[in-house]
Write a protein of this length. Structure first.
Length: 397
Protein backbone atom coordinates (compact mmCIF):
# COMPACT_ATOMS: atom_id res chain seq x y z
CA UNK A 1 0.00 0.00 0.00
CA UNK A 2 1.15 3.49 -0.85
CA UNK A 3 -0.33 6.33 1.19
CA UNK A 4 1.63 9.10 -0.50
CA UNK A 5 -0.38 12.04 -1.86
CA UNK A 6 0.11 14.39 -4.78
CA UNK A 7 1.98 17.67 -4.62
CA UNK A 8 -1.34 19.52 -5.02
CA UNK A 9 -2.81 17.68 -2.05
CA UNK A 10 0.33 18.37 -0.03
CA UNK A 11 -0.16 22.07 -0.78
CA UNK A 12 -3.81 21.83 0.34
CA UNK A 13 -2.66 20.22 3.58
CA UNK A 14 -0.26 23.10 4.23
CA UNK A 15 -2.97 25.65 3.43
CA UNK A 16 -5.41 23.93 5.77
CA UNK A 17 -2.77 23.88 8.52
CA UNK A 18 -2.24 27.64 8.18
CA UNK A 19 -5.95 28.45 8.08
CA UNK A 20 -6.67 26.04 10.92
CA UNK A 21 -4.21 27.81 13.18
CA UNK A 22 -5.10 31.37 12.16
CA UNK A 23 -8.83 31.17 11.43
CA UNK A 24 -10.59 27.88 12.18
CA UNK A 25 -9.59 27.23 15.79
CA UNK A 26 -10.34 30.83 16.87
CA UNK A 27 -13.73 30.68 15.11
CA UNK A 28 -14.56 27.34 16.71
CA UNK A 29 -13.60 28.65 20.14
CA UNK A 30 -15.77 31.73 19.56
CA UNK A 31 -18.80 29.56 18.67
CA UNK A 32 -18.20 27.29 21.66
CA UNK A 33 -18.03 30.23 24.06
CA UNK A 34 -21.25 31.65 22.57
CA UNK A 35 -22.91 28.23 22.72
CA UNK A 36 -24.30 28.62 19.20
CA UNK A 37 -23.25 28.24 15.56
CA UNK A 38 -21.81 31.22 13.75
CA UNK A 39 -24.51 33.11 11.80
CA UNK A 40 -24.56 32.82 8.02
CA UNK A 41 -23.38 36.42 7.62
CA UNK A 42 -20.37 36.01 9.90
CA UNK A 43 -17.27 37.49 8.18
CA UNK A 44 -15.41 34.24 8.86
CA UNK A 45 -17.40 32.47 6.13
CA UNK A 46 -16.65 35.21 3.62
CA UNK A 47 -12.94 34.91 4.38
CA UNK A 48 -13.09 31.14 3.98
CA UNK A 49 -14.89 31.50 0.65
CA UNK A 50 -12.08 33.77 -0.53
CA UNK A 51 -9.60 31.05 0.48
CA UNK A 52 -11.32 28.53 -1.80
CA UNK A 53 -13.71 26.76 0.58
CA UNK A 54 -17.38 26.22 -0.20
CA UNK A 55 -16.87 24.61 -3.61
CA UNK A 56 -17.82 21.33 -5.24
CA UNK A 57 -15.54 18.76 -6.82
CA UNK A 58 -18.05 18.35 -9.68
CA UNK A 59 -17.35 19.91 -13.08
CA UNK A 60 -19.54 19.90 -16.18
CA UNK A 61 -18.38 17.52 -18.89
CA UNK A 62 -16.06 19.31 -21.29
CA UNK A 63 -15.92 22.48 -19.18
CA UNK A 64 -12.91 24.62 -20.05
CA UNK A 65 -10.51 25.43 -17.18
CA UNK A 66 -11.28 28.90 -15.83
CA UNK A 67 -9.19 29.09 -12.69
CA UNK A 68 -11.89 27.47 -10.53
CA UNK A 69 -11.12 23.86 -11.40
CA UNK A 70 -8.92 23.23 -8.36
CA UNK A 71 -10.87 21.51 -5.54
CA UNK A 72 -11.49 23.42 -2.34
CA UNK A 73 -8.64 23.34 0.22
CA UNK A 74 -10.56 20.78 2.27
CA UNK A 75 -11.34 18.54 -0.73
CA UNK A 76 -8.64 16.31 -2.12
CA UNK A 77 -7.93 14.47 -5.31
CA UNK A 78 -7.97 11.06 -3.58
CA UNK A 79 -9.69 9.34 -0.66
CA UNK A 80 -6.32 8.88 1.08
CA UNK A 81 -5.61 12.60 0.89
CA UNK A 82 -9.17 13.30 2.07
CA UNK A 83 -8.52 11.33 5.27
CA UNK A 84 -5.36 13.34 5.90
CA UNK A 85 -7.18 16.62 5.27
CA UNK A 86 -10.02 15.55 7.56
CA UNK A 87 -7.54 14.68 10.30
CA UNK A 88 -5.79 18.04 9.95
CA UNK A 89 -9.02 20.04 9.87
CA UNK A 90 -10.37 18.33 12.99
CA UNK A 91 -7.06 18.93 14.76
CA UNK A 92 -7.88 22.63 14.61
CA UNK A 93 -11.68 22.42 14.99
CA UNK A 94 -14.00 19.69 13.77
CA UNK A 95 -17.19 21.71 14.35
CA UNK A 96 -16.00 24.56 12.16
CA UNK A 97 -15.02 22.03 9.50
CA UNK A 98 -18.68 20.95 9.26
CA UNK A 99 -19.94 24.54 9.46
CA UNK A 100 -17.94 25.68 6.42
CA UNK A 101 -20.05 26.57 3.37
CA UNK A 102 -20.30 24.07 0.54
CA UNK A 103 -22.49 21.16 -0.62
CA UNK A 104 -21.50 19.14 2.46
CA UNK A 105 -22.71 15.57 2.91
CA UNK A 106 -25.32 16.17 0.23
CA UNK A 107 -22.61 16.18 -2.44
CA UNK A 108 -21.60 12.45 -2.40
CA UNK A 109 -25.12 11.08 -3.08
CA UNK A 110 -25.66 13.60 -5.86
CA UNK A 111 -22.33 12.64 -7.41
CA UNK A 112 -22.95 8.89 -7.09
CA UNK A 113 -26.71 8.72 -7.75
CA UNK A 114 -27.66 11.89 -9.59
CA UNK A 115 -28.40 12.28 -13.28
CA UNK A 116 -26.21 14.66 -15.31
CA UNK A 117 -29.03 17.22 -15.25
CA UNK A 118 -29.36 16.97 -11.47
CA UNK A 119 -25.63 17.41 -10.96
CA UNK A 120 -25.77 20.50 -13.16
CA UNK A 121 -28.76 21.96 -11.31
CA UNK A 122 -27.68 21.38 -7.76
CA UNK A 123 -23.87 21.46 -7.85
CA UNK A 124 -23.10 24.13 -10.44
CA UNK A 125 -23.89 26.96 -7.95
CA UNK A 126 -21.02 25.60 -5.85
CA UNK A 127 -18.44 25.69 -8.67
CA UNK A 128 -17.61 29.35 -8.13
CA UNK A 129 -20.06 30.74 -5.53
CA UNK A 130 -20.22 34.50 -5.06
CA UNK A 131 -21.43 34.19 -1.47
CA UNK A 132 -21.31 31.46 1.18
CA UNK A 133 -23.98 28.84 0.43
CA UNK A 134 -24.66 25.40 1.90
CA UNK A 135 -26.04 21.99 0.92
CA UNK A 136 -27.18 19.32 3.39
CA UNK A 137 -28.06 15.64 3.91
CA UNK A 138 -30.84 14.15 6.05
CA UNK A 139 -31.11 10.48 6.98
CA UNK A 140 -31.40 10.26 10.80
CA UNK A 141 -34.91 10.37 12.29
CA UNK A 142 -36.25 10.92 15.81
CA UNK A 143 -37.18 7.22 16.02
CA UNK A 144 -33.60 6.12 15.35
CA UNK A 145 -30.46 6.71 13.41
CA UNK A 146 -28.40 3.54 13.29
CA UNK A 147 -31.09 1.33 11.72
CA UNK A 148 -30.99 3.12 8.38
CA UNK A 149 -32.98 0.39 6.61
CA UNK A 150 -36.06 1.21 8.72
CA UNK A 151 -36.51 4.91 8.05
CA UNK A 152 -40.11 6.08 8.52
CA UNK A 153 -40.36 9.20 6.35
CA UNK A 154 -42.86 8.32 3.61
CA UNK A 155 -42.84 9.22 -0.07
CA UNK A 156 -45.79 8.75 -2.41
CA UNK A 157 -46.11 9.65 -6.07
CA UNK A 158 -48.78 12.21 -7.00
CA UNK A 159 -48.70 13.07 -10.68
CA UNK A 160 -45.58 15.06 -11.49
CA UNK A 161 -44.63 15.33 -7.82
CA UNK A 162 -43.67 13.22 -4.85
CA UNK A 163 -45.26 13.99 -1.49
CA UNK A 164 -43.02 13.56 1.56
CA UNK A 165 -44.22 13.21 5.16
CA UNK A 166 -42.02 12.61 8.16
CA UNK A 167 -39.36 14.06 10.44
CA UNK A 168 -35.58 14.25 10.31
CA UNK A 169 -33.11 15.10 13.03
CA UNK A 170 -29.43 15.99 13.50
CA UNK A 171 -29.04 17.10 9.89
CA UNK A 172 -25.98 19.32 9.59
CA UNK A 173 -26.71 22.80 8.21
CA UNK A 174 -30.10 21.95 6.66
CA UNK A 175 -31.70 25.06 8.16
CA UNK A 176 -29.38 27.30 6.14
CA UNK A 177 -28.97 25.07 3.08
CA UNK A 178 -30.05 25.80 -0.48
CA UNK A 179 -31.19 22.18 -0.71
CA UNK A 180 -31.16 19.01 1.39
CA UNK A 181 -30.84 15.43 0.17
CA UNK A 182 -33.64 13.64 2.05
CA UNK A 183 -34.01 9.85 2.21
CA UNK A 184 -37.54 8.43 2.47
CA UNK A 185 -39.37 5.16 1.78
CA UNK A 186 -42.28 4.35 -0.50
CA UNK A 187 -43.26 1.47 1.79
CA UNK A 188 -41.57 0.47 5.08
CA UNK A 189 -42.56 -3.16 4.40
CA UNK A 190 -40.18 -3.17 1.42
CA UNK A 191 -37.17 -2.48 3.67
CA UNK A 192 -34.13 -1.36 1.73
CA UNK A 193 -35.86 -1.76 -1.63
CA UNK A 194 -38.31 0.98 -0.70
CA UNK A 195 -35.71 3.70 -0.21
CA UNK A 196 -35.75 6.80 -2.37
CA UNK A 197 -33.61 9.95 -2.22
CA UNK A 198 -34.93 13.43 -3.02
CA UNK A 199 -33.33 16.84 -3.32
CA UNK A 200 -35.65 19.14 -1.37
CA UNK A 201 -35.03 22.79 -2.13
CA UNK A 202 -35.23 25.59 0.40
CA UNK A 203 -38.67 27.21 0.47
CA UNK A 204 -40.53 24.11 -0.70
CA UNK A 205 -44.00 24.20 0.97
CA UNK A 206 -44.23 21.65 3.77
CA UNK A 207 -40.47 21.67 4.37
CA UNK A 208 -39.76 23.55 7.58
CA UNK A 209 -40.11 23.88 11.36
CA UNK A 210 -36.31 23.88 11.59
CA UNK A 211 -34.92 23.60 15.11
CA UNK A 212 -31.24 23.76 16.01
CA UNK A 213 -30.51 21.11 18.62
CA UNK A 214 -28.44 21.90 21.69
CA UNK A 215 -25.29 19.77 21.89
CA UNK A 216 -22.61 19.38 24.52
CA UNK A 217 -19.88 19.73 21.89
CA UNK A 218 -19.28 20.70 18.27
CA UNK A 219 -21.35 23.82 18.81
CA UNK A 220 -19.91 25.59 15.77
CA UNK A 221 -22.35 23.99 13.31
CA UNK A 222 -26.09 23.53 13.18
CA UNK A 223 -27.47 20.10 14.05
CA UNK A 224 -30.98 20.64 12.76
CA UNK A 225 -34.28 18.81 13.13
CA UNK A 226 -37.17 19.51 10.76
CA UNK A 227 -40.53 18.23 9.51
CA UNK A 228 -41.84 17.29 6.08
CA UNK A 229 -45.60 17.75 6.03
CA UNK A 230 -47.30 17.19 2.70
CA UNK A 231 -44.05 18.39 1.13
CA UNK A 232 -44.50 18.33 -2.66
CA UNK A 233 -41.21 17.69 -4.43
CA UNK A 234 -41.02 17.73 -8.25
CA UNK A 235 -40.47 14.30 -9.79
CA UNK A 236 -37.35 15.76 -11.40
CA UNK A 237 -35.85 15.96 -7.89
CA UNK A 238 -35.97 12.19 -7.35
CA UNK A 239 -32.24 11.55 -7.20
CA UNK A 240 -31.13 9.37 -10.09
CA UNK A 241 -34.61 9.25 -11.65
CA UNK A 242 -36.93 6.24 -11.69
CA UNK A 243 -34.40 4.10 -13.56
CA UNK A 244 -31.92 4.21 -10.68
CA UNK A 245 -34.33 2.39 -8.36
CA UNK A 246 -35.05 -0.45 -10.77
CA UNK A 247 -31.90 -2.04 -9.39
CA UNK A 248 -32.61 -3.78 -6.12
CA UNK A 249 -32.02 -1.59 -3.04
CA UNK A 250 -30.80 1.28 -5.23
CA UNK A 251 -31.64 4.02 -2.73
CA UNK A 252 -30.25 2.11 0.25
CA UNK A 253 -27.12 1.24 -1.72
CA UNK A 254 -26.63 4.91 -2.53
CA UNK A 255 -26.85 5.81 1.15
CA UNK A 256 -24.42 3.06 2.14
CA UNK A 257 -21.94 4.11 -0.55
CA UNK A 258 -22.06 7.60 0.94
CA UNK A 259 -21.34 6.24 4.42
CA UNK A 260 -18.58 3.84 3.31
CA UNK A 261 -16.87 6.72 1.51
CA UNK A 262 -17.21 9.02 4.53
CA UNK A 263 -16.38 6.72 7.44
CA UNK A 264 -12.59 6.72 6.89
CA UNK A 265 -12.68 10.52 6.92
CA UNK A 266 -14.76 10.50 10.13
CA UNK A 267 -12.12 8.20 11.64
CA UNK A 268 -9.47 10.68 10.55
CA UNK A 269 -11.39 13.48 12.25
CA UNK A 270 -11.47 11.54 15.51
CA UNK A 271 -7.72 11.01 15.29
CA UNK A 272 -7.26 14.75 14.68
CA UNK A 273 -9.17 15.66 17.85
CA UNK A 274 -7.20 13.08 19.84
CA UNK A 275 -3.90 14.38 18.47
CA UNK A 276 -4.82 17.93 19.43
CA UNK A 277 -5.65 16.80 22.98
CA UNK A 278 -2.34 14.96 23.35
CA UNK A 279 -0.37 17.95 22.03
CA UNK A 280 -2.11 20.21 24.55
CA UNK A 281 -1.51 17.67 27.34
CA UNK A 282 2.20 17.38 26.48
CA UNK A 283 2.55 21.17 26.50
CA UNK A 284 0.80 21.34 29.89
CA UNK A 285 3.08 18.62 31.26
CA UNK A 286 6.16 20.52 30.12
CA UNK A 287 4.91 23.82 31.57
CA UNK A 288 4.03 22.27 34.95
CA UNK A 289 7.12 20.08 35.35
CA UNK A 290 5.15 16.85 34.86
CA UNK A 291 7.10 15.52 31.88
CA UNK A 292 9.44 13.60 34.19
CA UNK A 293 6.56 11.46 35.49
CA UNK A 294 7.11 8.02 33.93
CA UNK A 295 3.47 6.97 34.28
CA UNK A 296 2.23 10.06 32.46
CA UNK A 297 4.79 9.60 29.68
CA UNK A 298 3.76 5.95 29.29
CA UNK A 299 0.07 6.84 28.95
CA UNK A 300 0.88 9.65 26.55
CA UNK A 301 2.83 7.27 24.31
CA UNK A 302 0.16 4.57 24.52
CA UNK A 303 -2.56 7.00 23.46
CA UNK A 304 -0.44 8.31 20.60
CA UNK A 305 0.21 4.74 19.41
CA UNK A 306 -3.50 3.89 19.35
CA UNK A 307 -4.27 7.01 17.35
CA UNK A 308 -1.60 6.12 14.79
CA UNK A 309 -3.01 2.60 14.43
CA UNK A 310 -6.52 3.96 13.89
CA UNK A 311 -5.24 6.41 11.27
CA UNK A 312 -3.49 3.61 9.41
CA UNK A 313 -6.74 1.62 9.26
CA UNK A 314 -8.58 4.68 7.94
CA UNK A 315 -5.90 5.17 5.29
CA UNK A 316 -6.21 1.53 4.22
CA UNK A 317 -9.98 1.92 3.82
CA UNK A 318 -9.39 5.05 1.77
CA UNK A 319 -6.69 3.34 -0.30
CA UNK A 320 -9.20 0.63 -1.23
CA UNK A 321 -11.80 3.27 -2.12
CA UNK A 322 -9.30 4.96 -4.44
CA UNK A 323 -8.91 1.64 -6.26
CA UNK A 324 -12.68 1.05 -6.47
CA UNK A 325 -12.27 -2.04 -4.32
CA UNK A 326 -14.80 -3.07 -1.62
CA UNK A 327 -13.93 -1.34 1.64
CA UNK A 328 -16.97 -1.85 3.87
CA UNK A 329 -15.07 -3.95 6.43
CA UNK A 330 -12.09 -1.60 6.58
CA UNK A 331 -14.32 1.49 6.69
CA UNK A 332 -16.25 0.02 9.62
CA UNK A 333 -13.03 -1.03 11.38
CA UNK A 334 -11.57 2.46 11.09
CA UNK A 335 -14.78 4.02 12.41
CA UNK A 336 -14.89 1.52 15.30
CA UNK A 337 -11.23 2.05 16.25
CA UNK A 338 -10.65 5.78 15.98
CA UNK A 339 -13.29 7.40 18.24
CA UNK A 340 -12.53 5.24 21.30
CA UNK A 341 -8.81 5.92 20.81
CA UNK A 342 -9.53 9.65 20.57
CA UNK A 343 -11.81 9.53 23.62
CA UNK A 344 -9.04 7.82 25.58
CA UNK A 345 -6.64 10.57 24.49
CA UNK A 346 -8.95 13.40 25.53
CA UNK A 347 -9.76 11.65 28.83
CA UNK A 348 -6.06 11.33 29.58
CA UNK A 349 -5.55 14.99 28.70
CA UNK A 350 -8.33 15.97 31.10
CA UNK A 351 -6.65 13.98 33.88
CA UNK A 352 -3.38 15.78 33.19
CA UNK A 353 -5.19 19.11 33.64
CA UNK A 354 -6.55 17.99 37.00
CA UNK A 355 -8.79 20.57 38.66
CA UNK A 356 -8.11 23.01 35.82
CA UNK A 357 -10.14 20.75 33.52
CA UNK A 358 -13.32 21.47 35.47
CA UNK A 359 -13.26 25.23 34.92
CA UNK A 360 -14.43 24.96 31.31
CA UNK A 361 -11.92 27.47 29.99
CA UNK A 362 -9.26 25.18 28.50
CA UNK A 363 -9.11 23.84 24.95
CA UNK A 364 -8.73 20.27 26.26
CA UNK A 365 -12.11 20.49 27.99
CA UNK A 366 -13.69 21.56 24.68
CA UNK A 367 -12.00 18.70 22.83
CA UNK A 368 -13.28 16.29 25.49
CA UNK A 369 -16.85 17.43 24.76
CA UNK A 370 -16.35 17.50 20.99
CA UNK A 371 -14.97 14.00 20.56
CA UNK A 372 -18.00 11.98 21.69
CA UNK A 373 -19.98 12.82 18.57
CA UNK A 374 -17.41 11.05 16.39
CA UNK A 375 -18.47 7.73 17.93
CA UNK A 376 -22.07 8.42 16.88
CA UNK A 377 -22.16 10.13 13.48
CA UNK A 378 -22.29 8.02 10.29
CA UNK A 379 -22.90 4.81 12.23
CA UNK A 380 -22.18 4.25 15.91
CA UNK A 381 -19.26 2.17 17.10
CA UNK A 382 -21.71 -0.56 18.10
CA UNK A 383 -23.14 -0.71 14.57
CA UNK A 384 -19.64 -0.95 13.09
CA UNK A 385 -18.94 -3.94 15.31
CA UNK A 386 -22.22 -5.55 14.18
CA UNK A 387 -21.15 -5.07 10.54
CA UNK A 388 -17.74 -6.61 11.15
CA UNK A 389 -19.10 -9.53 13.20
CA UNK A 390 -21.65 -10.41 10.50
CA UNK A 391 -18.86 -10.38 7.94
CA UNK A 392 -16.79 -12.76 10.05
CA UNK A 393 -19.54 -15.40 10.07
CA UNK A 394 -20.57 -14.88 6.46
CA UNK A 395 -23.90 -13.12 7.01
CA UNK A 396 -25.01 -10.34 4.60
CA UNK A 397 -24.99 -6.74 5.75
Amino acid sequence: MDFSISADDQARLQTLRRLGRDEMRPAGWRADRAGAPLPVDDPFFVRMLAEGFGRTRWRAAGAAPDGTDAPAPNKAGSAVAQVLLAEEGAYWDRGIGVALPGPGLGEPPILSMGTPEQKQRFLSPFVNPRRPIWGAFAMTEPSGGSDVANIKTRARRDGDHWVLDGAKSFSGNSGRAEWTVVFATIDPALGRAGHRAFVVERGTPGFGDFRIEKKMGLKAYESTSFFLSGCRVPAANLLGGEAYYEQRSGGFKGAMNTFNAGRPAIAGMAVGIGRAALDEAAAFMQARGLASDLRLRDRLERSRRKLKAALLMALRAAWLADRRQPNMLEASASKALAPPAAFEATSFAMEVLGLAGGRGDHLIEKLFRDVKALDIVEGTGQIQRVVMARHLVGLPN
